[in-house]
Each structure stands twice: as structure tokens, then as C-alpha cells.
Write a protein that binds this ligand. Structure first.
Ligand code: BTN
Length: 245
């Protein structure tokens, strides 16, 4: 597909959702050196400093029903994990649903990236488009004070910088591979995510939803939602807000 590069943009996701609604072709990719209004999940802003991070969105038009929407996001996370492990050379984990985190010995994991997937649905319940937005902290020497305790970059871990173009090329390759697998066999993604995410099975987590609760993760349900087993044996499935340590 076409790769559109911007030095500066409000948000690659916002831009590509607009393009998707105006019939842009599947496979269109939008990448920016910096974003002035980068968006994260839950209405949060995404820190998008010039040159240090990779801010990219990809437009897909998979022939899937909306019931598979979350699986697209999980599949994209697997593509990011594969890419980072290959191009940066250290282990990254996937924190359900869409955080790229780096485990810290004896401390809470730090976030190195995140995904924001936005979909359009037809009246028949088929996906018209999915825009997958990926933000990765690559060459930051330090993180802004507000998030320094919970965020990191590839450079902060290895001491070396990585070439954003190289990460982008291998990411787009991994993403297309994952999407082919997803359309062939949507359920397979659930198994792959469960085996590749250290958070999916047997991890003690806190959930900041409703009254707040803790439990131990117990795999994914058929939609891709995380199952959390409470002390009394009951299963709850956190909504999109996610989980923490
Ligand atoms: C999150 O962790 O909350 C998701 C962050 C997603 C950030 C990326 S950067 C490229 C794309 N454009 C945006 O405005 N957001 C996503």
C-alpha cells in the first residue's frame, strides 16, 4: 500500500480514520515524525516527541465481522512484539489488551509502546475499516517527568539508538503476516496471544474498574477479552481499560 509521511500531523490515527471514511485503499499507511495531538486509549494523550518515537497508523479492510475487532488489535500487538524483539534484541511483553511493556526486575513493568485500534462498522455488522495506530518509544534518552516512573524507550534499555525506518519496514511486514493469519483463522490469534503474553495466564493483576478488584489471569474468552479469576472463583472480564500489576 501507499506510505504517507508527515513531518508533523495532529494524529496519524485521526488522519487515517478520515481517509478511511473517504474510501482510501486498504494498506494505506500514515507515519509522522511528531504528532501535535497524539491519542492513546481511554482519551489519554500520547506523548509524540519529534524524531524519537515511531508514530504510525495502518488502514485495513479485513473481511471480518465486528465480533473480531478486538482480535485485530491483539494480532497487531503480536506483530509489534516480533518486530521489537528482532530489531532491538530484548524481550518485550504484551499487557492486555494493547500495551507494549518491558518487565523490570523487582519493580513494575514499564510501558514502551501502545496500540490504538479504531473501527468502522457497516449496518450488517461487517468491519468497513480498521485503523491500527502504533506508538513506540524508540530513541528517547529520557521520558517526560509525568511518565518517567512508568515509561521507557528502547534506547534507555540498550543504550543504543535504532533506526526508525528499519523498525517501520519490519513492523509493516510483521503486521501484514499477522493479518493474513487472522483472516484465515481468527481463533488462532487467541492461542498465539495467550502463549506470547506473560500477562494472559496465571498473572496476578489489579483492575481499576467498577469498585476495583484483583485476581489472577485465566486466558482469553472467545472475543479476546481477558478472563480474571477472583479469589472466590468467579470470572470477570475487564473492559478496555486493561489491567496492571
Ligand atoms: C495507548 O497506549 O494508549 C495507545 C497509544 C497509541 C499511540 C499511537 S501513535 C500513532 C497513532 N496516532 C495516535 O494518535 N495514536 C496512535
Amino acid at each position: 500500500g501507499r506510505v504517507l509521511h508527515f513531518e508533523e500531523i495532529s494524529s496519524t490515527n485521526t488522519y487515517l480514520v478520515e481517509q478511511a471514511q473517504q474510501d482510501a485503499a486498504a494498506g494505506t499507511v500514515c507515519v509522522a515524525d511528531r504528532q501535535t495531538a497524539g491519542r492513546g486509549r481511554g482519551g489519554h494523550a500520547w506523548h509524540s516527541e519529534a524524531g524519537a518515537g515511531l508514530y504510525v497508523s495502518a488502514l485495513l479492510r479485513p473481511e471480518l465481522s465486528v465480533s473480531h475487532a478486538l482480535k485485530i488489535s491483539l494480532a497487531a500487538g503480536l506483530a509489534v512484539q516480533t518486530t521489537l524483539e528482532q530489531s532491538c534484541g530484548f524481550h518485550v511483553d504484551l499487557r492486555w489488551p494493547n500495551d507494549i511493556v518491558v518487565p523490570q526486575p523487582g519493580a513494575f513493568s514499564k510501558k514502551m509502546g501502545g496500540l490504538l485500534t479504531e473501527t468502522g462498522v457497516s449496518v450488517e455488522g461487517q468491519l468497513r475499516y480498521a485503523v491500527i495506530g502504533i506508538g513506540l518509544n524508540l530513541n528517547h534518552i529520557e521520558m517526560p517527568a509525568e511518565i518517567a516512573a512508568s515509561a521507557t524507550s528502547a534506547r534507555m534499555i540498550t543504550g543504543r539508538s535504532v533506526r526508525r525506518e528499519e523498525v517501520l519496514v519490519s513492523l509493516l511486514h510483521a503486521l501484514s503476516q499477522e493479518m493474513i493469519l487472522l483472516v484465515q483463522d481468527p481463533e488462532e490469534i487467541l492461542r498465539r496471544f495467550t502463549s506470547k503474553s506473560g500477562w494472559a495466564l496465571g498473572k496476578r493483576v489489579k483492575v481499576d474498574e467498577d469498585e476495583g478488584y484483583t485476581g489472577v489471569t485465566d486466558g482469553l474468552d472467545e472475543r479476546g477479552f481477558l478472563r480474571v479469576r477472583l479469589a472466590n472463583g468467579a470470572i470477570r472480564t475487564p473492559r478496555h481499560g486493561g489491567v496492571r500489576e
